[in-house]
Design a protein around this ligand. Structure first.
Ligand SMILES: Nc1ncnc2c1ncn2[C@@H]1O[C@H](COP(=O)(O)OP(=O)(O)O)[C@@H](O)[C@H]1O
Ligand SMILES: [Mg+2]
Length: 361
């Protein structure tokens, strides 16, 4: 036991901050096309024209929010204000609009709530006029607002010339993001023509893409080759990138408490148990691996010879292939092995945790 519970003199972490939720990764992979689409909505503002509006949608952890953050990093701030509001955290038009005003530098008290949102919009338009600035407004998780509330928030930016003299020349681009798979959530029919037709779907990452993204994050946070292939494979196989990043952080913490310098499959198994997310390490196994594991679990224990004959007879696998499978199951922490001296050495395999296999029956 080390001297203190809080002081870890040797840590596997090199840059812990890369695993924080708010961190914007330096390397944002596989989203060039999407970034370009978003950039093309904003580009006209740079030339003094109206921007394009767009609805962005897709499953969780497909990089929607990060894309906006990446684009906002690149927009020249001198005459374009980039404002991001998450409607999950501000669930009324008043709350969203006062956040926008604050983002634009409003320091004085906000107009009284009782005057409704008209005063607030006026404040925002004056701030933009003073800055001689166009605006890119991103409302993330917009379906947390009702269609009527969405209208109250975006209508002044979609049709600024109708709002009043002060906003007559305002150029804007409105980007609405939502977590939905099939199509973006509806907005009021009165808003549809002003929003325009553009939508952008963020597709889910493939296994290989997730593996690559998590590998880059692991290298940024821990250094090269600290997280073993098996461990990354499990994470990419069963969870989203968001959960994978969380799992990497927790795995690092577990490795630290164990005094380990590598993140192995076994550490990932422990991590998953701790996360209790319903994620199941078995779901990364292929059917052959599952059959062998299930057989061992059914028989409570098996000698290595028995396993080799079982996989040859039932699955037609050569000894070398079975050996590889056993090695992987051991690495993933699903099997344990003991040696017995019984007229020569023999190895006995058992499943870990009494061999209760989720979703196998
Ligand atoms: N292409 C990618 N490259 C690197 N990290 C990514 C990528 N896509 C998502 N992430 C990471 O996954 C997590 C979730 O991404 P986020 O943009 O918040 O997803 P969404 O908004 O679609 O739910 C964040 O930690 C983010 O850094
Ligand atoms: Mg998001």
């Amino acid at each position: 036991m080390r001297g203190s519970y809080t002081n870890t003199p040797l840590s596997i972490f090199r840059r812990r901050e890369v695993f924080e939720e708010a961190h914007v990764p330096e390397e944002f992979l596989y989203r060039e096309k999407e970034l370009e689409e978003i950039a093309s909505c904003i580009r006209p503002l740079l030339q003094g024209f109206q921007g394009t509006n767009m609805k962005i949608y897709g499953k969780p952890a497909t990089g929607k929010t990060t894309s906006i953050k990446k684009i906002f990093e690149q927009v020249p701030k001198s005459n374009i204000a980039c404002v991001y509001v998450n409607a999950m955290l501000r669930q009324s038009p008043y709350a969203v609009l006062s956040e926008i005003a604050m983002n634009l530098g409003q320091q004085k008290a906000m107009p009284d709530k009782s005057t409704g949102t008209v005063k607030l919009v006026d404040t925002i338009m004056r701030l933009l006029k003073k800055r001689k600035s166009a605006i890119v407004l991103c409302i993330d998780e917009y379906s947390c607002l009702s269609p009527k509330d969405i209208e109250a928030v975006i209508a002044p930016f979609l049709r600024p010339w109708e709002f009043g003299k002060i906003s007559q020349d305002l150029n804007s681009s409105v980007l609405l993001i939502s977590t939905s798979t099939a199509a973006p959530p509806p907005i009021r029919s009165s808003m549809i023509s002003s929003m325009g037709p553009r939508t952008l779907k963020f597709r889910q990452y493939s296994f290989e893409q997730k593996y690559d993204i998590l590998n880059h994050r692991a290298e940024a946070g821990f250094g090269k080759n600290v997280v073993e292939d098996d461990a990354l494979e499990v994470m990419a196989g069963i969870m989203s990138v968001r959960w994978g990043v969380q799992a990497l952080k927790l795995a690092g913490e577990i490795a630290d408490t164990m005094g380990e310098t590598k993140i192995t499959g076994d550490i990932v198994s422990r991590t998953l148990k701790k996360m209790g997310t319903g994620t199941d390490v078995h779901s990364v196994l292929n059917s052959t691996e599952k059959i062998i594991l299930y057989e061992i679990s059914k028989r409570k224990k098996m000698f290595s010879g028995e396993i080799y004959s079982f996989s040859l007879d039932k699955l037609g696998l050569k000894k070398t292939r079975t050996y590889e499978i056993l090695k992987r199951l051991l690495k993933l922490g699903l099997l344990e092995v003991t040696e017995q001296n019984n007229k020569g050495k023999t190895r006995i395999f058992k499943t870990v945790q009494g061999g209760r296999l989720n979703g196998m029956s």
